[in-house]
Design a protein around this ligand. Structure first.
Ligand SMILES: [Zn+2]
Length: 440
């Protein structure tokens, strides 16, 4: 039996083997293509079936970007790309040197292109990323108010974005969308507060490398950098919000370590290749970072505690203290920074909250109240709030253990004025209820 089998199929096997040998070993396919628009650049991502070498060059008259991907076939469509509001007018493709894929981007305007490869990561394939920089992003200046008293600037960093969706929950709920919605609501809440200005580090669906986020916070001269996340855990019953500050010593809990590791992987997914930071400075920068870190670490823990107490009024807390772990996005030597995990997107109950605009608003208000409370008690020198003590905070969300008399004493107002303004008849107050604080 065996010899018959071999006699019949043997030659066939040999010819298949020869065919495989004659095929190039590295042959790849472009299996998908996606496009993201950021304020200062447009990102084009090719999903590859395997790693492939590429070359990029530009031509002028008219302006074009040409990408040659070695030994690769196109198995995707360029037709569905949304090119409005990008510098790309049209995408063409053809073969080059018989085996290579040539993609030509016809441009509406001149751009500064940059490209890099991202290696396969978890369920994401090998990718080729092309960034077309078309705008020099104007550095946001701190608002200087008349009289020289400045606003307290809060940099709000919505985690993930674009190529990096972050964690995902039931019904295709994506962390990057939830945290952007909460961030925008937080900005709106903070800007209602006298003496505060808020800026979004990410304002749309695009990726910013972790170090790029930190850099933006510093360019904004932020008094606080808040990174907003909604995380995932392998156990579905993991629940609760948490506040994290950076620690170079290690994590205070297993979850903190797990989350930091997860968040730090963002650049592998979203792509950090577009950020050029001279690596030679890294050692020195690292030493300076660790030295100056201690000062901002204490401030971060204080702000974190203030924020945590307000969040505790509206949702379950994962831990009652600010947790510490080595989150890359929090490693800024001179800007106090916290990371807020607004809930577990993998927990069905919390996912329902996180996608609900009214919960998002409550969360944003609690965050804003915690931030404002901290800076009201310790306004930085030179700010409007330092010159106008007691006038900053206009609202207070009731946390566990709050009493009317305690709140009145804290803001230096009378209990009766507080009750009158908020239409309270008895002395019963609810956790999570927001009170307006009388001025003066
Ligand atoms: Zn995250």
């Amino acid at each position: 039996m065996k010899s018959v089998w071999r006699r019949v199929f043997g030659p066939f096997y040999i010819s298949v083997a020869m065919l495989l040998l004659s095929l190039p070993a590295q042959s790849a396919e472009v299996e998908g293509v996606r496009l993201w628009r950021a304020p200062d650049h447009t990102r084009l991502v090719f999903d590859l079936s395997g790693p492939a070498e590429h070359k990029l060059f530009t031509l002028s008259g008219p302006h074009r970007v040409v990408i040659d991907v070695a030994d690769t076939r196109l198995a995707a469509q360029f037709d569905d790309l949304e090119l409005d509001n990008t510098p790309i007018a049209r995408v063409r493709h053809g073969r080059h040197n018989k085996k290579d894929l040539r993609v030509v981007l016809d441009l509406k305007q001149q751009v500064k292109p940059r490209s890099f490869a991202l290696r396969r990561h978890e369920d994401l394939p090998d990718r080729l990323v092309i960034d077309l920089h078309d705008r020099v992003q104007s550095e946001e200046k701190t608002l200087q108010q008349v009289g020289g008293e400045r606003d307290i600037v809060i940099a709000i960093d919505a985690g993930h974005g674009g190529e990096d969706p972050g964690a995902s929950g039931p019904g295709g709920l994506r962390e990057k969308d939830v945290v952007l919605a909460i961030s925008k609501k937080l900005k709106a809440a903070l800007e209602k507060q006298p003496g505060f200005a808020a800026r979004l580090v990410r304002s749309g669906d695009y990726y910013i490398p972790l170090r790029g986020r930190v850099k933006k916070g510093r360019e904004m001269r932020a008094d606080l950098f808040v990174s907003i996340h909604a995380d995932a855990f392998h156990r579905k019953d993991a629940r609760g919000a948490g506040v994290y500050a950076v620690s170079s010593r290690g994590a205070t809990s297993e979850t903190a370590r797990f989350l930091a590791q997860r968040e730090n992987e963002s650049d592998l997914i979203g792509g950090a290749g577009s950020l050029n930071i001279g690596d030679k400075d890294d050692t020195l920068a690292g030493v300076l970072l660790d030295l100056s870190m201690t000062a901002t670490m204490n401030a971060s823990l204080d702000i974190g505690a203030s924020v945590l107490s307000r969040i505790g009024g509206i949702t379950h807390l994962h831990k009652k203290q600010v947790e510490q772990a080595n989150f890359s996005v929090l490693r800024s030597p001179d800007v106090p920074s916290i990371l807020v995990e607004t809930g577990f997107i993998t927990n069905p109950r919390e996912a329902r909250h996180l996608r609900d605009p009214s919960f998002q608003r409550k969360m944003a208000r609690a965050l804003s109240d915690g931030i404002v409370a901290h800076f009201s008690s310790r306004p930085p020198a030179g700010t409007w709030l330092a010159a106008n003590p007691g006038k900053g905070e206009r609202r207070h969300t009731i946390g566990r253990g709050d009493t009317l008399s305690g709140i009145a004493a804290r803001y230096n107002v009378s209990v009766s004025a507080l009750k009158r303004l908020n239409g309270i008849d008895s002395s019963v107050i609810r956790v999570g209820q927001t009170l307006t604080i009388p001025s003066g």
